[in-house]
Structures are given as C-alpha cells and as structure tokens.
Design a protein around this ligand. Structure first.
Ligand SMILES: NC(=O)C1=CN([C@@H]2O[C@H](COP(=O)(O)OP(=O)(O)OC[C@H]3O[C@@H](n4cnc5c(N)ncnc54)[C@H](OP(=O)(O)O)[C@@H]3O)[C@@H](O)[C@H]2O)C=CC1
Ligand SMILES: CC1=C(/C=C/C(C)=C/C=C/C(C)=C/C=O)C(C)(C)CCC1
Length: 310
C-alpha cells in the first residue's frame, strides 16, 4: 500500500530553485508529496501558479512566509498540521568590496540566510521530535565550503549554516530526523541578476581605487564567465534536491555541480588551505587566460553531467 503523502514546506518559491523544486515535487508521478510553497510577497505568485498547472490546489498550495519575521512564520505554520520535510531555500546574495558595504546590508544577509533558516527550524522541530521523524533540507552553497573573493559575507552566512546544521544533525539522529545540506555551484536564476543590479547601483563608498579595479576589472568578468560556462539550471538543482528528499538514507552533504568540483577538491587535497587560496588568487589575478581556457574546457560538455558518488 502506498504511504500517505509527506508534507513539504519550502521557503522562497517566488523564483529560481524554490519555484522549480515546488513544482517538481508537486508533479511527482508517484504523488509522494503535498507541497506548501511559500514566498514573502504573494504578489509574485503568478509564475509559480502557472508552472504548477493542474497540481495547483491539489498537491501544491501557496502561502505567505517571510523567513525574517516571527509572526509570518507562526501564522504560516498555524495553517499546517505537520511538516514532514522542511526546505530552507530562501536566500539573498551580497557582493562587493567589504569597505563599501553597509553593516545593514551585511546583517540582512545573515538575518535571511542564517537566522531565517533557524527561525523555521525552531518552529518545526518540536513536531518532528514528537513524531520521531522528519527531514530538514538546507540550500547551502559551494560558498559554504570555501570562501570566494568579494563574497565574504554571503560565504560566511553559508559557512554558518554548514556548522550549525552539521552540529544539529548529530543530536537529531536520536529522533530519526535527517539533515541535508545541498551545495550548488553557480545556478542561472534571478540571483545573479539581483546581484548585478545591486552592483550597478552601488558606489562602494570608502573603497580604495585599487580594490575597486580588482573587483570591477578582474572579479566581475571572471564571475560572469563562470556563470555562463558552468552555471547549472534551477531545474537540475531541483532534481538533485528532489532526489535527496526521496532517499531513505538522506546524505548530510550533496554537491550538485560536477563541473565545479575541482575547486572544492583543492581544499580537500590540502587541509592547510593554501592550495585553494593560492590557486584561486592566481586564476583571478595572474592567469586569467588559464581561467578562461579552463572554463571553456569545463563547459564543452565532454565531462559527465553527474556528481559522483550518485
Ligand atoms: N543562484 C546561485 O548561483 C546559487 C544560489 N544558491 C542558494 O539557492 C537559494 C535560492 O536562490 P536562487 O533560486 O538562486 O535565487 P532567487 O533570487 O531566484 O530566489 C531566492 C528566493 O528567496 C526569497 N527570499 C529572499 N528573502 C526572503 C525572505 N526574507 N523570506 C522569504 N523568502 C525570501 C526570494 O523572494 P523575493 O522574490 O521576495 O526576493 C526568492 O524567492 C538561496 O539560498 C541561494 O543562496 C546556492 C548556490 C548558488
Ligand atoms: C572569479 C573566480 C572564481 C569565482 C567563483 C564564483 C563567482 C563562484 C560563485 C558561486 C555561487 C554563485 C554560489 C552561490 O551560492 C573562482 C572560481 C573561485 C576562482 C577563480 C576566479
């Protein structure tokens, strides 16, 4: 006999990975999921509703949820009996020279990416513990594994998630609750467009001209090329997350982009950290042509498209 559908609550479904995941799970051919797709601004729900098609109102419902707001979280959860799977997907980026970024903008990154996820976990955990089952999925990033220049604060917010959820995972095994940190590389969503809009509007006051030139003339072109060459589609990332949710023994960590794997591998190869830091520095500042060639090679499609082990 087929078991009852699991209720999946996903944050940040107005666009990108969250939207794709909500639709994929709601359209699961085996109807294993009842999806509560949430977003902070319901005026943005049209795209999700259109993509959901016939699943809307059946296996997918849309609800308001701002991960930075206690009241919004409480109201949303009041309407759901049990959350079997929580997907912490909502997130914001922040890029630029540190000297030119306001403390408010940095705090907003932590409020959303880190404390937003914790706020939701605190809300669903008592129920999961009582039922002695549950799965918490966190959309982390390769930047939760290694820092990337000019992404200092965003990367720190993802490192914070990694430390927090790895710690929690140990206790929660006692309650049969699993944690999975999904670590995508660059994904072609509104995320990059929002960052670029932020960059073109910002003047980065107080930043010295040399640093600004490194950011604008080295980092931005390199990052643009990286997204163009090895960027994954949100559909691919959502598929990887759906697989993690569907597995009986969910992994603690899952990287989604095989073409980005050489970079985290540098960190694993040299625990002192120097190999990764020096290679990233050289690729950006000393051998940009090698970076360009390497990215073209990685993009050419001759590499397998899946991450090993599967
Ligand atoms: N794109 C990429 O290259 C990568 C992205 N990630 C991570 O994937 C996740 C999804 O990003 P992605 O789909 O790419 O980008 P999008 O910008 O398309 O999606 C981000 C989502 O988060 C929502 N959000 C932001 N703040 C809040 C809030 N306070 N409460 C509720 N929702 C909020 C946005 O809503 P709104 O429309 O209202 O702003 C939007 O729905 C993020 O955690 C991101 O860090 C990880 C690795 C790479
Ligand atoms: C420019 C540049 C880099 C940039 C990496 C970037 C920009 C990664 C972006 C990842 C994202 C967007 C994750 C989201 O969570 C490298 C490869 C480290 C080193 C060489 C030069």
């Amino acid at each position: 006999m087929a078991s009852a559908p699991r209720t999946v609550l996903i944050s940040g479904c107005s666009s990108g990975i969250g939207l794709e995941l909500a639709v994929q799970l709601a359209q699961d051919p085996r109807q294993r999921y009842q999806v509560v797709a949430t977003m902070r601004d319901l005026r943005k729900k049209e795209m999700l509703e259109a993509a959901a098609g016939e699943a809307l109102g059946k296996t997918l419902t849309v609800a308001q949820l701002d991960v930075c707001n206690d009241e919004s979280v409480a109201q949303c959860l009041d309407c759901i009996q049990e959350v079997d799977v929580l997907v912490n997907n909502a997130g914001v980026g922040l890029v630029g020279p540190l000297e030119g970024l306001s403390m408010d903008s940095m705090q907003n990154v932590f409020d959303t990416n880190f404390f937003g996820a914790i706020r939701l976990v605190k809300a669903v955990l008592p129920g999961m513990k009582k039922r002695r089952k549950g799965h918490i999925v966190v959309v982390s990033s390769v930047m939760g594994l290694q820092g990337v220049m000019f992404n200092d604060v965003y990367s720190a917010s993802k490192f914070a998630l990694e430390g927090f959820f790895e710690s929690l995972a140990i206790q929660l095994l006692q309650f049969n609750i699993f944690i999975s940190l999904v670590e995508p590389g660059p994904v072609v969503t509104d995320f990059e467009g929002k960052l670029m809009a932020q960059v073109s509007a910002a003047e980065f006051p107080g930043t010295d001209p040399e640093t600004l030139a490194y950011f604008r003339d080295f980092y931005l072109p390199g990052s643009r090329e990286l997204f163009r060459s090895v960027g994954q589609s949100p559909k691919d990332v959502a598929q990887a997350i759906a697989k993690v949710i569907g597995s009986t023994r969910p992994p603690l960590r899952k990287q989604t982009n095989v073409r980005y794997l050489p970079l985290p591998a540098l960190k694993a190869l040299d625990p002192s950290g120097s190999l990764y830091v020096r290679t990233a520095h050289s690729l950006l500042f000393r051998w940009p042509r090698l970076l360009h060639l390497g990215l073209r090679c990685l993009a050419c499609g001759c590499l397998p498209a899946r991450v090993w082990p599967r």
